[in-house]
Write a protein that binds this ligand. Structure first.
Ligand code: MN
Length: 351
């Protein structure tokens, strides 16, 4: 599933020289701020995981035997893809060291009700979702500590919430963030992380989380607020719509955000660099890696479901994303990681 291309390998200097409106300006300014990294670094490991939908099930007979999913399979898939991260990272490093690993959780991690303005589901600590959230939280904690030991570098978890995780309201306002199962998972993970001090947890204050890596701005969003023209199951229409949304988010919404401004002032970064940010999202269960267009979408770890089947959506195996962000060379590796069981549970052949 490796899809490293010449385009992705192009250095940031080359990109800045090309008439690329998406990343050029932000990248150049940022490069100056990022000059502290040693030349021999392998870069930063970026792992994007979304739409785990922990607690949901997929019955093989509902999807033409092309997938099976439950809580056990979900945990196995997370373990599997994180082992793949370690293996791929070691091969790619060629003796150099990574400075850190950022594991981005892009929402719809723990299943809850779908959020609509009318929905008012109760989410009390004694309900099933709460137990699932804690089960998955404890599991993730173990996996992340293992990842920290295997990689031997700092690990940070960055999280935004999805549209399934919020049980009462979409958490547009900070005070509503508690009413959200993804948010509850991140807070729980934070507690667990504090206990062992093996990894850090960074949770979005609102719907999006800006990240600044090696001078490269990224923005993590779930993706459900992207207005899609055309089919939500087609890569082309999702990509086009996301590109439009990205230019609005990074061109206007983000650069007027007070919380982001304050955060960047601390590290002396000009907010305008976020006009060139790469938007990272999930929600559509379609892998897209158009780094040059600032649009990166991760597939789902849940995989093909009856919703996709009934809509005649193209088949997508479960997947997450790994890439390496290098301070001088940009994206030097980009791959969709497919858990082994996505092949072995399927009883039919597919591409
Ligand atoms: Mn979603």
């Amino acid at each position: 599933m490796s899809n490293t291309t010449g385009r992705v390998k192009a250095t940031r200097a080359q990109k800045a020289a090309s008439p690329n409106p998406v990343r050029a300006s932000g990248t150049q300014k940022a490069r100056k701020a990022a000059s502290k990294k040693p030349v021999g670094t392998a870069g930063t490991l970026m792992v994007l995981i979304g739409d785990v939908h922990y607690g949901e099930r997929v019955n093989p007979s509902s999807v033409g035997e092309r997938n099976e999913y439950n809580r056990l399979i979900a945990r196995r898939r997370v373990s599997d893809v994180l082992s793949q991260v370690v293996r791929r990272a070691k091969t790619h490093a060629e003796g150099r060291k990574y400075d850190q690993c950022i594991v981005m959780l892009v929402g719809d991690i723990v299943e809850g009700g779908i959020v609509t303005p009318e929905s008012s589901l109760d989410w009390a600590p004694n309900t099933g979702w709460h137990a699932y959230m804690r089960e998955f939280g404890r599991f993730l904690d173990q996996e992340l500590r293992g990842l920290r030991i295997e990689l031997g570098i700092p690990v940070t978890v960055s999280g935004v919430v999805g549209n399934h995780g919020a049980l009462k309201y979409k958490p547009k306002r900070a005070e509503l963030l508690g009413n959200n199962s993804d948010r509850a998972l991140y807070e729980y993970l934070k507690d667990l992380a504090d206990m062992h001090q093996q990894y850090a947890v960074d949770v979005a204050e609102g719907e999006y989380l800006p990240l600044f890596v090696n001078g490269q701005p990224y923005v993590l969003v779930h993706g459900d607020t992207i207005p899609v023209r055309g089919s939500v199951f087609e890569k082309a229409s999702v990509l086009e719509s996301a590109e439009r949304f990205r230019s609005e988010l990074c061109g206007k919404t983000l650069v007027t955000d007070r919380a982001l401004k304050a955060r960047l002032e601390q590290v002396e970064v000009d907010i305008n660099v976020f006009r060139g940010a790469t938007m990272l999202f999930g929600h559509f269960h379609v892998p897209i890696d158009e780094f040059d267009r600032g649009v990166v979408c991760v597939g789902s770890l849940k995989g093909y479901d009856s919703f996709s089947q009934s809509a005649n959506a193209p088949y997508q195996p479960a997947s997450c994303k790994l890439w390496v962000d290098h301070p001088a060379d940009g994206v030097t590796l980009s791959a969709d990681l497919v858990p082994e069981d996505a092949y072995t549970t399927s009883r039919v052949r597919y591409k």
